[in-house]
Design a binder for this molecule. Structure first.
Ligand code: FAD
Length: 394
């Protein structure tokens, strides 16, 4: 009797791997083990529709609970996988049970990077979102530490709920690690014009008496202080099993680890990307879903090297930022449209080739960019900046 596939991690990638295996006609047993108590759910609404009360817990589930039974997916919630016994081809659960596998998929995600500050909240899981939502209902003043995607999305939601909001960012601009200065400046103005106080080049020194104390000694009261300063990939399970790890579980272009039976996907995996010309670890729904689909195909015997164009989105107020490709190593950048109009895109070029595009409220540019980057169709900076030039591939 085959042992089938064991998937550790019941998040976006783990769920998708199980669903895609069945969609590919895989007939053997599938076991999906997650340490959270809920069926797999979407994280993006946690900082947006869920805290705003527009979507409830059931509405963010990736599938209803019945799906797993109907598709013969053995779903084990609330169970942490403690070890991979690679020689015996089995995983060991916290409760002591051993589950054998023919193939193992690690979809372990990541956890919040934490700061040594008491009483602050973090947002990664549904449980944390429930806590933030409840505390937001009572709060007047909200302090957000970190001006990245998560921090800014929570800031926008809290402000939309009428709270007084301060964002404290240690770097000189918002989302500095991922977007161009023109995009950072645009989002700075967007938040400030909607009433968010944004402090750049500023660090929170301590939390005292319900106040965030800044480095210059000034204070901002926070009934709720949320920290969004990045995540740490969950790699320990793989490292302890002797698999190579370097800011993520190392996989090849087939998303296989050094052990040919074991794959790693999603936020926890670092892989060689043709679009970055280096190894990258991405934190996005697209990456989790597309890598899961690729691994399911590989296990079902229909595999191909993973080549999907990375893309991402972030919703803040009525603004949708969409990103395609990877700008790392770009040497030229042009803007299409006017930032003042609230709709524009930034095109990044590396050695004359389009490598990434950030779009604000220009979904057509984003879709065109994904196709242009995937196909490698020629477009030069002058054409990209010229709004009369069609980006559509004929
Ligand atoms: P996860 O979804 O984190 O799933 C991993 C699961 O594995 C977790 O449930 C974890 O508890 C479990 N696990 C870990 N170790 C073990 C173990 N040993 N045993 C059992 N289970 C284990 N992306 C976008 O593209 N657009 C957005 O707008 C966006 N918004 C976001 C908003 C928020 C608030 C957050 C937190 C993320 C957002 N993301 C967004 C990122 C996106 O949700 C993640 O990239 C995606 O969820 C990654 O999927 P994953 O399966 O790799 O990891």
């Amino acid at each position: 009797m085959p042992d089938g596939v064991v998937i550790v991690g019941g998040g976006q990638a783990g769920f998708q791997a199980a669903a895609s295996l069945r969609a590919e006609g895989y007939q053997e047993p599938i076991t999906l083990i997650g340490d959270e108590p809920h069926p797999p759910y979407q994280r993006p609404p946690l900082s947006k529709a869920f805290v705003l009360g527009k979507q409830n817990q059931d509405q963010i589930l990736l599938r209803p609970e019945t799906y797993y039974r109907d598709h013969q997916i053995r779903w084990i919630p609330g169970e942490r996988t403690m070890a991979i016994e690679t020689c015996e081809h089995r995983v060991r659960l916290r409760g002591g049970a051993a589950i054998p596998y023919d193939s193992l998929v690690l979809a372990l995600g990541a956890r919040n990077r934490t700061l040594p500050l008491p009483g602050v909240a973090y947002l990664r899981t549904l449980a944390e979102a429930i806590e933030i939502k409840q505390r937001l209902e009572q709060a007047n003043d909200v302090v957000i530490i970190g001006g990245g995607f998560i921090g800014l999305e929570i800031a926008a939601s809290a402000r939309t709920l009428g709270k007084s909001v301060t964002v404290v960012e240690v770097l000189p601009r918002l989302m500095a690690r991922v977007v161009a200065p023109v995009v950072s400046d645009f989002f700075y103005r967007a938040h400030v014009s909607r009433g968010v106080e944004v402090l750049l080049n500023t660090r929170v020194r301590e939390i005292r008496g319900g106040d965030a104390v800044l480095e210059d000694g000034s204070r901002r009261h926070g009934d709720l202080v949320v920290v969004g300063v990045g995540i740490v990939p969950n790699t320990e399970l793989a490292a302890e099993a002797g698999l190579p790890v370097a800011n993520g579980i190392c996989v090849d272009e087939w998303l296989r680890t050094a052990d040919e039976r074991i794959y790693a996907i999603g936020d926890c995996a670092v892989y060689p990307s043709a679009y970055a010309r280096s190894r990258v670890r991405l934190e996005s729904v697209q990456n989790a879903v597309d890598q899961a689909v690729a691994v399911a195909k590989a296990i079902a015997g229909k595999g191909a090297p993973y080549r999907a164009v990375p893309w991402f989105w972030s919703d803040q107020f009525d603004l949708r930022l969409q990103m395609a490709g990877l700008p790392a190593g770009h040497d030229q950048m042009v803007v299409r449209g006017e930032p003042e109009s609230g709709k524009f895109s930034v095109f990044y070029f590396r050695q004359g080739r389009l490598c990434a595009v950030d779009s604000v409220n220009r979904p057509a540019d984003h879709l065109a960019a994904r196709k242009l980057i995937a196909s490698g169709a020629p477009v030069n900076p002058q054409q990209a900046a010229d709004e009369s030039f069609s980006l559509k591939i004929s």
